[in-house]
Structure formats: structure tokens, C-alpha cells
Design a protein around this ligand. Structure first.
Ligand code: MSP
Length: 552
């Protein structure tokens, strides 16, 4: 059965391990999700943006032990650091996932019990090589062409133990056919190819437990108290447990028509609470290291195994890594950049702009503070900030801050000054960039409009027009063009630069009743000519003070 389109745009990120404080890689993913979420709100959609922290597992247990603090206390402290960062970075989520919460625990246990009752989980003994970093047993398939396990697996040790296994292997054909049918299951598409190749190599089932004697810090298996849940069945479930999924609805089988949750529950999915069905499926943003096998294989198969139909599978948007000196930024490599420090030094907008404008979604990037400063000074201080400042200064000086709206609203001087693009075309390019999940191209559209306006000022020379009474109308038209362009640019940059967008609106004296509120910005408003005749703008205040590059 085809399902209706969901009412809400649901977007998630990976949940971060609470074994160490956040770094720029974590910040990038959450800002990317925040920008996409804000763009959908800008379009007037209802949005549910879920992010959070992954608090269980061996890494956390080890880090807590090292610090000499109980894990529960340790994760509280680190969790606080993540929450604090999102606040400082203007990452505005609607749902917050903490995997130690009762709500989450109940859903994980409900799903495991159901799969166990259905015979999809069994106990077995395993002996073999184990990756401590990835917390999993390795098979020969994980060996490289030289016969060795690659550095991505970290420290390897030999282990023998009894555990519980989920029958993953039986779903291989289903996953292949799903990926064949849905070409955009994973974006960018080279990642879908990578996933498909990995699925071909699936050769065994998934170990879903750890003996409590070895790992205590996790969710207890509902059918065996001597074991806790292995990290992925716990972590991945957050995407549905914090969105209103009810494991018991499906555990008791299909509800007859007309009962509790749905009047026409013809599939298990349809029997889920309305709250959940309204949101699901999600666009899920993850880094390339957690596509294979975690999200691309385990997660999709888990959802299928608990009755999610193919048209309710999430879409995975896979981003690259932020590297430092050519290596992935990570705590274990010891090459992390602290986003809080950058935020305090340059402000949230400067960091957000750098992260969004300087890397193509899906590609890796090398972090450079010099580059952050360079982009800020060139694009924000010298181009956008300068345009705002000089425009308002001229409107103040030549027209006592009052605009005259030209008779023809189609007055943007594309041809007169040999400009490339009108704001109307710019908005179309912007929408295409955002729809394609490429915020760097969206930033470029806003920057192009800004550069064009500065070009208009240089060509029109308002200071010369002001001296010639025959050019009165011409000057009015130039000043209106600048103010109106700035208003549209503010709308377009608002997902990436929320603070600056408010700053521009404030100085334009526009929609003051909504000052500071996100609802102030709407894409429908990015239409030429909305500033009324006689509108009085505010006073110019520097928006992006230049950063002096000393001390970098
Ligand atoms: N807890 C797991 C994910 C569970 S999702 C159900 C995890 N945590 S993590 O803290 O290691 O990484 C969280 C996210 O940050 C992942 O999507 C990961 O790819 C991303 N990044 C971590 N380091 C990164 C960079 N250096 N650069 C960009 N993103 C990277 O994996």
C-alpha cells in the first residue's frame, strides 16, 4: 500500500558518543542539519529536527573509568558540553535524544523482545578477532588485500564468548532489491554504490549483545539479564524512539480495523501512533564512517525486520570528514579543533558560514582557521557587511533614511549594469541548491547577489547622482534596489547566518515585531518589491567587523 506524504519534515543527525567533548566534525554535521531544517521552516513547513547523544558502550565506560567517575556522571558532564555547544552555535533542534533515558530503553527492549519472540535472535558462541574501536568481531571479509585488518579497526584482539545474534544475513537479498529500486536511498550517489558493494559482501549475522561481565554500561537484554545490548541496536533505535514509535503496537500483531491508533491499520506501520506516522520517514544526516555497515546495512535491515515497508525507509545524506593535516579529526588521533573556542573567538555566524560555504556536501575538507578568517573577511565583512553599511549610510545621507519605491517594480537593473542574475533568478538558483542539499552553492547565490549590488554602487556612483537634480529618480531607484536586495539576501542567508539575517532586518527596520524570532523569515517574502514606498530604514551599525589576522 502507498503511504500518504508525511505532514512534517523530519531530519536527524548521528548521535555523538559522549566519551569526549565535541570537535569541529561534530559541529559540522549538526550545523548542516540545522541549515536544512531552517530552510524547510523558511518554506513554511512543519519541521522535526532530532539530534542528541549516544551515551552507552565500551568507549564511554572506558573513558569514565579512566577519569575515575561513574559512567552516569561522566556522560552527564559531556552531554552538557554538547548541549552548550548547540546553544552557542544556534543549532535549534526540536527533539533531543539521550540513550540513557527510560523512554528510549523501553523501545530498544520492546524491539529486541519482539525479534527474540519471532526467532530472529539466537544465542551462539564465537571465537575470533575483535576490533576494540568498532566494538565488533571481524571476519576474513574485513581483511585488506594484504591479508591484514586495516587501521580503521584500531586495536585487534582474539576473543571467545557467547552472545546473541540477529539474523541479518537472511535480509541481504531484500536490501539489494531495495537499493536497486530506490536510486536515491543514499545521497550523494557514489555512496549508494559503495553501500551496494558492501551489501554484496554481507556474509554473517549481527552480534547484538555483550556479556555483562565485560560491559555493564548498556541496556539490559529483556530476555537475558546477563547481557547488555551492543551499541548499534541501542544507538540506531534513537531515530524512532524519540519520534513516538511504539514497539508494543507491533509486538501484539496487527490491530483490527477501528482500534486504538489507526482506523485502517492494514500494515504494522499503519498501526503506529499518529504522532510517529506524521513524522516518519526521516532525512538522516550521517558521516561516511557510519554508512557501512551501521546505517546502510544494520539500520535499514532492522527497520525492515520490524515491519517498515519500503516506502517508509529513511533517506541517508552522507557527508565527508573534516580533516586536520590530512587526517580525520578525532579524539583518538589527538588532532581536534574545539568549536567552542572558535565560536567565542569569531562568533557563531563566522563558524557556521565557514563550515557551510567552504566544503561541498559529501566531500572531505581540511580545516584551516586562516581560511575561516579569509572567508569571513572577504565575503561577510568586505562584501555583505560593507554593502549594508554603505547602502544605509547613503540612504541616510541623501534621503534622510526614507525610500521611494520606483513606479515599476521590475526595476532591478540587470541589463543596465550588465549583471548576471536578477534576484528572482537568484532565488530559483538558491532553491535548487538547497533542494540538492548543497548549502555551499546556496551561500554562493547570496554572495553573488551581494557582489552585484556592490557593482551597482560602483557603476551608478550615487554620490555623483546626488549632485544632479535631473538624476533624482535614478538615485531613488538605486537606493531602493540596494535596500530591497539586502532584504532578499537576508532571507536567503537566514538558514546559515541567522544572527546576521536578523541584524540586516533590524537595520532595514523591517518586520521589527518579529525581531529575534525565526518566523521573521519566509521564502515567500523573497519576492522583489515588498518594501513599501516611503519605508524608513534604520541606522547603519557594523554587522561583520573585520577580523585582524594577527595571532592565528
Ligand atoms: N555514536 C555513533 C553514531 C550513532 S548514530 C545512531 C558515532 N558517534 S561519533 O561521535 O563518533 O560521530 C558522530 C557523527 O559525527 C558521525 O556521523 C560521524 O561521521 C561524525 N564525525 C565524527 N568525526 C568527524 C569528522 N572529523 N568530520 C566530520 N564528521 C565526523 O559514530
Amino acid at each position: 500500500m502507498r503511504h500518504e506524504m508525511p505532514e512534517t519534515f523530519f531530519i536527524t543527525t548521528a548521535i555523538d558518543y559522549t566519551n569526549s567533548p565535541p570537535h569541529v566534525g561534530h559541529a559540522y554535521e549538526k550545523v548542516l542539519a540545522d541549515v536544512i531544517a531552517r530552510y524547510h521552516r523558511l518554506k513554511g513547513e512543519k519541521v522535526f529536527f532530532l539530534t542528541g547523544v549516544d551515551q552507552h558502550g565500551q568507549k564511554v565506560q572506558q573513558s569514565a573509568a579512566k577519569a575515575g567517575i561513574p559512567p552516569a556522571e561522566f556522560v552527564k558532564d559531556i552531554t552538557h558540553k554538547f548541549v552548550d555547544l548547540w546553544k552557542k552555535l544556534d543549532v535549534k533542534y526540536d527533539g533531543w535524544a539521550e540513550t540513557t533515558s527510560d523512554r528510549h530503553k523501553k523501545v530498544v527492549q520492546g524491539i529486541l523482545q519482539r525479534l527474540f519472540d519471532e526467532g530472529q535472535i539466537y544465542k551462539d558462541k564465537q571465537a575470533g578477532y575483535y576490533s576494540v574501536r568498532q566494538e565488533q568481531f571481524l571476519t576474513d571479509k574485513e581483511r585488506g588485500s594484504d591479508g591484514e585488518f586495516g587501521p580503521e579497526w584500531g586495536e585487534i584482539e582474539f576473543r571467545e564468548e557467547e552472545n546473541y545474534y540477529f539474523k541479518l544475513n537472511q535480509y541481504k537479498e531484500w536490501l539489494l532489491s531495495y537499493l536497486n529500486d530506490r536510486k536515491d536511498a543514499v545521497i550523494p550517489d557514489f555512496r549508494q554504490t559503495e553501500l551496494r558493494n558492501a551489501v554484496e559482501r554481507i556474509g554473517g549475522d549481527l552480534c547484538i549483545s555483550r556479556p555483562r561481565s565485560r560491559l555493564d554500561w548498556g541496556i539490559e537484554l529483556p530476555f537475558d539479564k546477563d547481557f547488555v545490548t551492543y551499541v548499534w541496536f541501542d544507538a540506531l533505535t534513537n531515530y524512532i524512539s524519540f519520534a513516538g514509535y511504539d514497539p508494543n503496537t507491533v509486538a501484539i500483531g496487527l490491530r483490527p480495523v477501528g482500534t486504538a491508533h489507526s482506523a485502517v491499520a492494514t500494515t504494522e506501520f499503519d498501526a503506529q501512533p499518529q504522532e510517529f506516522r506524521d513524522k516518519w520517514p526521516a532525512l538522516q544526516i550521517i558521516g561516511k564512517d557510519v554508512l557501512v555497515p551501521a546505517h546502510g546495512i544494520y539500520w535499514l535491515i532492522m527497520l525492515h525486520a520490524i515491519g517498515f515497508p519500503n516506502d517508509q525507509m529513511p533517506q541517508l545524506l552522507v557527508h565527508g570528514w573534516w580533516n586536520l593535516g590530512g587526517a580525520k579529526m578525532s579524539k583518538s588521533a589527538g588532532n581536534i579543533i574545539d568549536p567552542i573556542v572558535l565560536c567565542e573567538k569569531y562568533g557563531a555566524d563566522a563558524l557556521r558560514y565557514y563550515l557551510m560555504s567552504d566544503v561541498a556536501t559529501g566531500q572531505d575538507a581540511d580545516f584551516s582557521e586562516e581560511r575561516l578568517v579569509e572567508r569571513y573577511n572577504a565575503d561577510l565583512a568586505n562584501s555583505l557587511g560593507n554593502l549594508l553599511n554603505r547602502s544605509l549610510t547613503m540612504i541616510e545621507k541623501y534621503r534622510a533614511r526614507k525610500l521611494t519605491r520606483p513606479k515599476s517594480v521590475e526595476s532591478y537593473p540587470v541589463e543596465e549594469y550588465g549583471l548576471r542574475v536578477s534576484p528572482a533568478l537568484g532565488v530559483i538558483e538558491y532553491v535548487n541548491a538547497m533542494t540538492g542539499r548543497t548549502p555551499h552553492l546556496a551561500c554562493q547565490v547570496a554572495l553573488n547577489l551581494t557582489l552585484q549590488c556592490n557593482q551597482i554602487v560602483d557603476a551608478a556612483r550615487p554620490w555623483a547622482l546626488a549632485k544632479d537634480s535631473a538624476e533624482r529618480e535614478h538615485l531613488d531607484q538605486v537606493l531602493y534596489t540596494l535596500a530591497e536586495s539586502l532584504r532578499i539576501i537576508a532571507v536567503l542567508i537566514s538558514p546559515v547566518l541567522p544572527k546576521a539575517a536578523h541584524g540586516i532586518f533590524d537595520q532595514l527596520n523591517w518586520k521589527m515585531e518579529l525581531s529575534g524570532k525565526e518566523g521573521r523569515f519566509s521564502l515567500a517574502d523573497a519576492e522583489w518589491g515588498r518594501l513599501p514606498d516611503g519605508h524608513v530604514v534604520g541606522k547603519p551599525v557594523p554587522l561583520f567587523p573585520r577580523i585582524e589576522a594577527t595571532g592565528l
